[in-house]
Design a protein around this ligand. Structure first.
Ligand SMILES: C[S@@+](CC[C@H](N)C(=O)[O-])C[C@H]1O[C@@H](n2cnc3c(N)ncnc32)[C@H](O)[C@@H]1O
Length: 276
């Protein structure tokens, strides 16, 4: 059983790493229906006509012309039926929002799997897409760099910029007037690394604050929150409190949580509305 609950609602090491790479495994075709089922697609169709309207900042932002969440029924069903992990669901949600040529941010690079997934979503022959990645551990960025080295070609490598600095400073390294489609957090500790180096409530809240300032209408902040380590539950509370204070006219914030697996990672999405 699981619930989909709606909420109404520093370290600065300053070193920049540029990734170089050798091999291209980018797959530009995206699966639109990852979970085959016989259920009718009935949700969210109604919003199709209204998604082309923008409301405030980022007038040049490319607002999705079709429903940004089209196809999500399949993703949620696959999670409900136990066929997808939280990180896989997160990636599938990103795929419904992110466009080729977008600028996106991996706020917690770790071993680079999320960074690589984002690169696949934004990279195309135009060379416009950008992935900005952050981590406070050299070891993590080294691991992410290695993954990218073996996974993308030299042209694609130029699209990724990795920064050895706290994600709370993300806005400081972006070129001026950059608007961002996705900011993704995969909280907690580096898998296979030092389990005492974790994301902290205070800087996570600061990073969320920075993220909402640079996200374009129609953009998404995505969090995978882990509660199995000391500090994890407190961090979840911090994230929930942050979300619950965002104005409902501008933001749609939701949480997806397993109820019979107490330590399962929790998904939180903050969608910046581009209609109303
Ligand atoms: C769960 S791991 C991320 C996994 C990664 N996204 C992947 O695909 O492998 C969390 C990462 O957050 C990093 N981290 C912790 N505090 C941070 C901060 N303030 N700013 C940026 N990264 C941080 C950790 O060093 C760790 O590598």
């Amino acid at each position: 059983m699981q619930s989909l609950k709606c909420l109404s609602g520093v370290t600065n090491l300053g070193q920049k790493l540029l990734i170089s790479s050798t091999r291209n495994i980018l797959n530009t075709s995206r699966p639109r229906n990852v979970f085959s089922c016989r259920f009718k697609r009935t949700v969210l169709q109604a919003s199709a006509a209204s998604t082309s309207r923008t409301t405030d900042a980022f007038p040049s932002a490319s607002i999705p012309q079709d429903p940004p969440f089209s196809g999500l029924e399949d993703v949620l069903l696959s999670y409900i039926f136990g066929n997808k992990k939280a990180t896989e669901v997160a990636h599938l949600v990103w795929e419904r929002v992110v466009r080729k040529g977008d600028t996106v941010i991996d706020a917690t690079c770790g071993n680079g799997y999320d960074t690589l997934a984002m690169l696949k979503m934004v990279a195309d022959e135009s060379g416009q897409g950008r992935v900005y990645g952050f981590d406070i551990q050299k070891e993590a960025l080294g691991s992410a760099a290695s993954l990218l080295e073996e996974s993308v070609n030299p042209t694609e490598k130029e699209l990724v910029k990795l920064f050895l600095r706290c994600h709370s400073t993300m806005a400081e390294v972006l070129p001026e007037d950059t608007s961002v489609r996705l900011v993704a957090f995969n909280l907690g500790y580096l898998p296979g690394g030092n389990k005492t180096i974790i994301t902290e409530s205070q800087t996570t809240a600061e990073a969320l604050n920075a993220a909402i300032g640079i996200l374009m209408p129609g953009g998404l902040i995505s969090l995978v929150v882990y509660v199995g380590h000391p500090g994890g539950r407190e961090e979840l509370v911090t994230v929930e409190e942050f979300c619950s204070k965002l104005p409902v006219e501008k933001w749609s914030c939701c949480k997806i949580q397993m109820l019979n697996r107490q330590l399962a990672p929790i998904l939180v999405f903050l969608f910046r509305k581009c209609w109303n």
